[in-house]
Design a protein around this ligand. Structure first.
Ligand SMILES: [Mn+2]
Length: 415
């Protein structure tokens, strides 16, 4: 029997609500997972990405991670991990540092062997790089094979990449995909011809108020079959209070509802709906603070004609960016640049040159990918382009060379 802890979406360094206590909470959850791993003497801890909330964690976040990983290493339990979308740097990864120090293994196309289980990894893959991806998974003669990866996969709801595409293309038949990115734990199985378990372990702390359910991690037990079990974590209390205000009800009704709960050291999340009077958030916050709450978040869902109706439904900011980019229906050129700047592996110092080069290549090639040019700052022009002029109709040369536009390609064209 082989037992592997599957965790991920740890988001170390996330100073949620600008509270240092919350930053400490994310580290504390990671420590709990590792303490459980040591207490249960599991065979490995697999991390499915987003160990860090940001690609630039502070030194104390890195030191926190190191201290937890060192405890795991001292117990001779391997830490096998991949890189998620939140923490992905353009060149070397934090995980590479931990690997250099002997505290982690960065999973990839060659399997890490854990007591009869071959464990492979695939870092988060930006959308533009998914088609025709060469996985290169090497063969194994272990009894089981699993792939650890990060992203939103179909057949789960909100998936933007069908996990069955990976399974079909992979030269290795996986018994399970151990996933990160979706912060809600969920497990399903795709049947023949795949016969593969797909499982999200969920986040270990609440990275957004949408994450109401208990946080935890999974233990994957490999015998003849595979069994995926769930373990809860003791995280900071979140008190969710959903108030439906009736006619004539307001702030007092909200504080009455808060009085039904122990708010000590908790994050209080108040959601207001219905009719009723306007509420004063400061009064509600003060009430909760007097009863020991760490912080209070208030969302009033009632119609507020003066404010734009912005509905926040994402579990993590990158998802929101992704959704927004989809809404914008950017041209292929714009998406390529977005990937280059935001999610690619281009070194920071080379970024400006790379963007300029990609734009130049686009200008050489198909111009139809661009929108209407405009005259703004931030001009990026190909090296062979003529100097731009303010009025395209007065410069025949520029006009000819640029299909009637003014010869300037500006960043606004991509946004
Ligand atoms: Mn995440």
């Amino acid at each position: 029997m082989t037992r592997i802890i599957h965790t991920g979406d740890t988001h170390l360094g996330y100073q949620q609500y600008h509270r240092p206590e919350r930053r400490a909470d994310f580290l504390d959850s990671f420590r709990q997972v590792v303490e459980d791993a040591i207490a249960r003497d599991v065979d490995a801890v697999v991390h499915a990405g987003d160990l860090f909330h940001d690609r630039r964690p502070t030194l104390s976040d890195v030191l926190g991670a190191l201290s937890v990983l060192r405890d795991l290493s001292d117990a001779d339990i391997p830490f096998l991990a991949i890189v998620g979308n939140h923490e992905s740097k353009r060149d070397a990864q934090w995980l590479d540092l931990f690997e250099t120090m002997g505290l982690a293994t960065r999973l990839g196309a060659s399997p890490a062997l854990v007591d009869g289980v071959a464990v492979y990894g695939l870092d988060f893959v930006p959308r533009s790089q998914r088609d025709g991806l060469d996985y290169g998974f090497e063969s194994n003669d272990a009894g089981h094979a699993v792939l650890v990866t990060h992203g939103l996969f179909e057949p789960f709801a909100h998936g933007d990449w069908d996990a069955r595409d990976i399974l079909t293309s992979s030269p290795v038949a996986f018994d399970a995909l151990l996933l990160g990115d979706d912060h809600e734990p969920k497990t399903t199985r795709v049947e023949k011809p795949y016969e593969t378990w797909l499982s999200y372990c969920g986040s270990t702390e609440r990275a957004s108020t949408a994450e109401r359910a208990e946080r935890g991690y999974n233990i994957v037990v490999f015998e003849e079959a595979i069994d995926i079990r769930r373990r809860g974590l003791d995280t900071r209390d979140f008190v969710f209070v959903d108030v439906e205000l009736g006619h004539g009800e307001g702030t007092t009704r909200v504080t009455e509802r808060l009085s039904e709960h122990d708010l000590t050291d908790s994050v209080v999340v108040v959601s207001i709906d219905g009719e009723g009077d306007p509420v004063t958030p400061a009064t509600i916050e003060d009430y909760a603070a007097e009863r020991g709450a760490l912080t209070t978040r208030i969302t009033d869902h009632r119609e507020q004609p003066d404010e734009p109706d912005v509905e926040v439904t994402f579990a993590d900011p990158d998802d929101a960016v992704r959704d927004r980019l989809e809404e914008l229906q950017l041209s292929p050129a714009a998406r390529e640049l977005d990937e280059t700047i935001r999610a690619s592996k281009v070194a920071d110092s080379n970024l400006a040159d790379t963007v300029q080069q990609r734009v130049a290549e686009r200008i050489e090639g198909d111009r139809s990918g661009f929108g209407t040019p405009s005259e703004t700052d931030g001009t990026v022009s190909g090296s062979d382009e003529p100097e731009a002029t303010a009025d395209p109709t007065t410069d025949e040369t520029a006009s000819k060379q640029t299909d009637g536009d003014d010869g300037q390609i500006t960043m606004e064209d991509y946004l």
